[in-house]
Design a binder for this molecule. Structure first.
Ligand code: FBP
Length: 559
């Protein structure tokens, strides 16, 4: 018998809230069809690749007085990609809706991510198992993985296991890459006349799976609140001891939504935003100068301490780095086959081979980096071809370069302070936290709604719950066609259909809020202390959504 903490015991009892349209179960729903949709870009190519699932209408559910009878439907679910708080509630919502529709329905969980459906590894969920995981963080109920589901052979194997278990729908809970997989699988299953449906659920702490229809991916709320709590605590410590500069790298593979949200909640001295660095074409030395100037201005006021937030994906947005990493990514495949590279006995030898094979301009950039960063850049890519930025110590790179710059400034009489630094990385600390009330409710609703989409025979849709800054009863449930979010992008050297990542927009109110305040926050200590996520207490604290969602829902310029 597992021992539970007092909070675990209390959270198991929490009853997540549902939109009022879903509150009477899935048998009393009707769906309203919007207009047919188009891909966000490259319409023609996407339409050609998704001939059966392209261009479907947006769906909204409404309550109806009539009761529909649901046929028996077995469903399989996959957790895909990085953990995000609330995944277990998606499964709980799905399970409850499925059993409510017809107690003979069965829910299967594929183990270890998409690999589970390919390898035929699964469990059947029971009510007891689901009850153990309600409102808990993590994906440990069935595990997750990053296998890319895209080949004919993988699809055939998936079909085989679905047939064996009499599964008529598969739910893929994942981010942009995983939902791209969902779209491909949905298309293949229709093309092959299998009758099996595929529905996606928008997951990722990164917050970059969003658009007009998907206001936010789940997990962003809890993860950012967790990081903001930790940053706030560090700010108090820094402001008490007044002796350290804390450099905090914040998770979020490409987009800086997580760093931006955490910064808006805590008001640190420096916040870098990768998208701004790219748009303003800031070189690494521009960034170092910007940060060193703030450090020096604070030192002139006697403040040899501060907080700097660094988004995890920064390195890929610095123009000279971006070009070098793209060149390196293309080279990685060749290097895997390269005898000299594979036989090299020291890192130094490997670096030399890489330098010789990169284009001259990129080679110089690579050469200028510390050995630690060079080695990290040469680590394996993930199955989708992404550099694993969570494993690159960008914050340490910045610290080393700032130290050199401050020395220079000191020698020229431009800096009078003392620089003692500490590096942190907040990522894994937030991905499996107990979901906030928002994420617990949102995820449960996403799962519940996913079954409603299945029940109406839909496929190639993302479960969508909108109007999220309102109370849960006013949330709008429905479905967004996956092809609507797609465009063509280069992956592993080839153009492929993918769901477009939503990056931070510099003309948006969320970034403007930082931009309008950052000078003040840099020199005057305006630290905010959000504290721990509250699960019980006033709704103004417990059910509060993120600053990002609030600002995006208002769409007017903030102060
Ligand atoms: P997803 O896009 O799969 O949700 O993953 C998000 C993320 O947490 C990123 O922020 C991070 O860069 C990456 O996963 C880390 O990957 P891993 O879990 O494989 O270490």
């Amino acid at each position: 018998m597992k021992e539970l903490s007092p909070l675990q015991i209390e959270r198991l009892k929490y009853q997540p809230k549902l939109p009022s349209s879903l509150s009477e179960g899935v048998n009393k729903l009707k769906f309203i069809q919007g207009e047919n949709t188009k891909a966000i870009r490259d319409e023609e190519q996407i339409q050609k690749l998704f001939q059966n699932t392209y261009g479907k209408p947006i769906i909204t559910f409404e309550l109806t007085g009539e009761e529909n009878v649901s046929a028996v439907k077995n469903v399989g679910v996959i957790l895909s990609g990085g953990q995000a708080p609330g995944g277990h509630n998606v499964i709980a919502g799905l399970y409850d809706a499925l059993k409510q529709a017809n107690p003979n329905n069965k829910l299967y969980g594929f183990l270890g991510g998409p690999a589970g459906i390919i390898d035929g590894k699964y469990i059947e969920f029971s009510g007891e198992l689901i009850d153990e995981y309600r409102n808990t963080g993590g994906f440990d109920i069935i595990g997750s993985g990053r296998t890319k589901l895209e080949t004919q052979e993988q699809f055939e194997k998936s079909l085989e296991i679905c047939k064996k278990l009499d599964i008529s729908a598969v739910i893929i809970i994942g981010g942009d890459d995983s939902n791209t997989n969902a779209a491909l699988l949905a298309e293949w299953l229709v093309e092959n006349d299998t009758g099996i449906q595929v529905i996606g659920c928008p997951k990722t702490i990164d917050g970059d799976l969003k658009n007009d229809q998907i206001e936010i991916s789940f997990g962003f709320d809890t993860a950012t609140k967790t990081y903001a709590e930790l940053i706030g605590n560090i700010q108090r410590d820094a402001n008490s001891a007044k002796k350290y500069w804390h450099f905090i790298k914040i998770m979020g593979r490409s987009a800086s939504h997580v760093a931006l949200e955490a910064a808006l909640q805590t008001q640190p001295n420096i916040t870098l935003i990768s998208e701004e660095v790219e748009e303003r074409q800031m070189s690494l030395s521009d960034i170092i100068n910007y940060m060193s100037d703030i450090i020096s201005q604070r030192a002139a006021k006697g403040k040899n301490f501060g907080i700097a937030i660094v988004p995890e994906g920064l390195i890929e947005f610095i123009p000279e780095m971006k070009s070098m990493i793209a060149n390196l990514n293309d080279l990685m495949g060749e290097l895997e086959q390269d005898i000299d590279f594979n036989n090299a006995t020291s890192s130094h030898e490997k670096f030399e081979i890489v330098q010789n094979r990169l284009k001259e301009v990129n080679s110089k950039v690579f050469e200028s980096l510390p050995a630690l960063i060079k080695a990290q850049l040469l680590m394996d890519r993930d199955p989708h071809g992404n550099v694993q930025v969570s494993r690159i110590d960008t914050e340490k790179l910045l610290i080393e370069m700032i130290k050199t710059r401050l020395k220079e400034m000191k020698s020229q009489g431009e800096y009078v302070g003392k620089f003692s630094e500490l590096a942190h990385f907040f990522g894994y600390e937030g991905r499996c936290a107990f979901p906030s009330n928002f994420d617990a409710d949102y995820c449960y609703s996403l799962g519940y709604n996913a079954f409603a989409l299945i029940n109406f025979g839909l496929t190639g849709y993302l479960s969508s719950i909108r109007n999220l800054t309102q109370s849960a009863d006013k949330w709008i449930a429905g479905g967004t066609p996956l092809t609507m979010m797609m465009n063509m992008e280069k992956r592993h050297g080839e153009f492929k259909p993918v769901i477009q990542k939503a990056l931070v927009k510099l003309d948006d109110s969320v970034f403007k809020k930082l931009e309008n305040n950052r000078e003040d926050w840099a020199l005057n200590d305006k630290y905010k202390f959000p504290g721990a996520i509250q699960y019980f207490g006033p709704s103004s604290v417990c059910d509060l959504t993120t600053v990002t969602l609030q600002l995006e829902s208002v769409k007017e310029s903030p102060q």
